[in-house]
Design a protein around this ligand. Structure first.
Ligand code: GLN
Length: 304
């Protein structure tokens, strides 16, 4: 057994025994009943090999991890024009905060808070019906992961459509400032569906390989854009927990309220971790702890 496999097995065993597992997101009713006892991890290395441990083959709702993929698609399609509509600064506020958006006249701080991701989805809808945009999105995920067995969970999307009042408030505020080009219900329909994509840790780690920049791994974007997406993951990927994640883990990461985190080790690996219980900032409690331990064990950090 490789060293890495032994480390993952040890971490999975430690996480199985962890007493404080955080709290499952219950504001999306379909997610409220997920068993918080689960934990999975997958690592794809720069040489193309991979290792997994725990519940790495269980599908979970990727939620805001989807924002990395829609940002990559929008940058590929629109290029730097996107930055006229969304900023690149950490927000220091919760992912679904409404406060800053009015104050800053409808320009969201970054593409990973909900308001910014809704603008990115709106940009992807340009010239495309929601169904086509979601078809392109699924094709992107499947191509990146080299796996066609990736789908959207309609019940999760519907559940969020029925209860996503904050996201509707954000979309209407964006519209009021002229920063939405399509009707709020169209944009949110697409946004809730993109968030409701389900993947396993193994699929998500595979899908993240294009952000690693290694000769053996697929390249879907220019190196300049890969670096920028990593910079945004580092500074904004965990909302008001981004500083803490950078401090503890030292690697770019993007979390979702389904409990998944995609972490990139530049030039070395893509890591996906999942445990549904969240901390106060809405980031996976055990997922963060697990990647902190993995990074320490492997000596992985962007800080040398
Ligand atoms: N679909 C969720 C929402 O818009 C995504 C949030 C998240 O994963 N942080 O509230």
């Amino acid at each position: 057994m490789s060293d890495l496999q032994a480390i993952l097995d040890r971490i999975a065993a430690e996480m199985a025994a962890a007493p404080d597992r955080g709290k499952v997101a219950d504001y999306i009713p379909e997610l409220a009943s997920i068993d918080p006892g689960q934990f999975g991890i997958a690592v794809c290395l720069a040489d193309g090999t991979h290792c997994t441990a725990g519940d790495a083959e269980v599908r979970f709702s990727i939620q805001s991890v989807s924002k990395v993929f829609t940002l990559a698609m929008a940058l590929g399609r629109l290029g730097d024009q996107l930055w006229a509509r969304v900023g690149r600064e950490p927000s220091g506020l919760a992912f679904n905060s409404i406060l800053q958006l009015e104050h800053e006249r409808g320009i969201p701080r970054n593409p990973f808070i909900n308001a910014g991701a809704i603008v990115v989805t709106d940009a992807l809808l340009s010239g495309h019906a929601p169904r086509e945009m979601l078809g392109d999105y699924l094709r992107f995920l499947r191509h990146a992961a080299d796996d066609d067995d990736i789908h959207i969970n309609e019940s999760v999307a519907r559940s969020e459509t029925e209860t996503g009042h904050r996201n509707f408030a954000l979309a209407h505020e964006l519209c009021a400032h002229g920063n939405l080009q399509h009707p709020p219900d169209h944009v949110l329909g697409a946004y809730f569906h993109q968030c409701a994509a389900e993947m396993t840790c193994r699929q998500l780690a595979f899908a993240g390989r294009f952000l690693v920049n290694a000769p053996e791994l697929p390249s879907l974007l220019s190196l300049a854009r890969v670096r920028r997406i990593n910079a945004l993951m580092m500074t904004c990927g965990h909302y008001d927990g981004s500083g803490e994640f950078a401090f503890r883990v030292g690697l770019p990461g993007k979390s979702g309220v389904g409990g998944g985190i995609l972490v990139i080790v530049p030039s070395r690996a893509a890591v996906a971790v999942w445990s549904p219980g969240l901390n106060a900032q809405g980031n996976s409690q055990l997922g963060t702890l697990a990647v902190e331990r993995l990074a320490r064990a492997q000596g992985w950090s962007v800080f040398g």
